[in-house]
Design a protein around this ligand. Structure first.
Ligand SMILES: C[S@@+](CC[C@H](N)C(=O)[O-])C[C@H]1O[C@@H](n2cnc3c(N)ncnc32)[C@H](O)[C@@H]1O
Length: 264
């Protein structure tokens, strides 16, 4: 399923925000609805509770129009800044923020996180809490030296990235370079948490295909070391759902938590 690396312009032209949410997160039908959501939300629940990660500001990079990964973070950060490369994704995210009747319905996933937190009745309150913590929706570009250029974002306590960097990066050198640039977005000792997929070369959004940088666990670990982070935890689990193998060819899911050193 290998495909040539997609250009940024093709990405801008062809990525439909609503199709992505529907293809991915529709209950019972979305390719990421079951296994990925369980993996990602459990990891983040642990990170932001027993893992002790908390603070003033969390930067979410490559948010798309998704909210699932911010549901636990909003309990332990005062301020969340979300960001995405595509205008259509930022607009779709704003719909949810503004409670637009046409916004994607995240209720089943919000309920799942409330259950994880032992508070299964409170999905409405949870959504409101997250809305109140999102202070900015910014444009970002992973391939820029300052990914928020021309905006200067003050260094954050935590940078979260889900299912993003394998899209813009064409090789591991580029992935590692992005990690190096990300250090300027973090306070000394700040946390970086990346969750995504391994060995994925291609995924579909509706009927459009998008190339993906296929990476392995060893390459991931090496990139974090080379970029100068201290790895706290690296977890890989195999994909067992095969029914949507023609929508995305990933073989595993990864979670990595690392820290920018206190002193460099
Ligand atoms: C597969 S989607 C993931 C969206 C969301 N994080 C999630 O978990 O559902 C990939 C995301 O990467 C973003 N992206 C693509 N190129 C980018 C770039 N150069 N810089 C930052 N984000 C980019 C896309 O706009 C898109 O939102």
């Amino acid at each position: 399923m290998a495909a040539p690396h997609i250009s940024q312009q093709d990405y801008i032209n062809n990525f439909n925000a609503r199709d992505y949410l529907q293809t991915s997160y529709t209950p019972g039908k979305g390719i990421l609805f079951a296994e990925w959501i369980k993996f990602a939300t459990r990891n983040l629940h642990e990170t932001f509770t027993t893992g002790g990660v908390r603070g003033d500001t969390l930067l979410d990079f490559g948010t798309g129009a998704s909210i699932y990964h911010l549901l636990s973070a909003c309990e332990v950060f005062d301020k969340i800044i979300v960001s995405d490369f595509l205008e259509q994704n930022r607009a779709e995210f704003q719909k949810w923020l503004n409670k637009d009747p046409d916004a994607f319905d995240w209720t089943p996933i919000i309920k799942g996180v409330c259950e994880l937190e032992g508070n299964r009745e409170d999905s409405e309150k949870k959504a409101e809490k997250l809305r109140s913590k999102v202070k900015q929706v910014l444009k970002c570009d992973a391939l820029k030296r300052n990914p928020y250029d021309p905006v200067i974002v003050p260094p954050a306590d935590c940078l979260l990235v889900c299912l993003c960097l394998e899209t813009p990066c064409k090789d591991m050198k580029s992935y590692c370079n992005v990690l190096k640039n990300f250090k300027d977005l973090l306070k000394p000792g700040g946390h970086i948490i990346i969750q995504s997929v391994l060995n994925c070369s291609l995924y579909f959004v509706g009927n459009k295909s998008f190339s993906c940088l296929s990476i392995t666990k060893d390459e991931l670990e090496q990139a974090f070391k080379e970029a100068g982070y201290e790895i706290v935890k690296l977890k890989v689990v195999p994909r067992s759902e095969k029914i949507w193998a023609n929508v995305s060819d990933h073989s595993e899911y990864y979670y990595i938590h690392a820290r920018k050193p206190q002193k460099e």
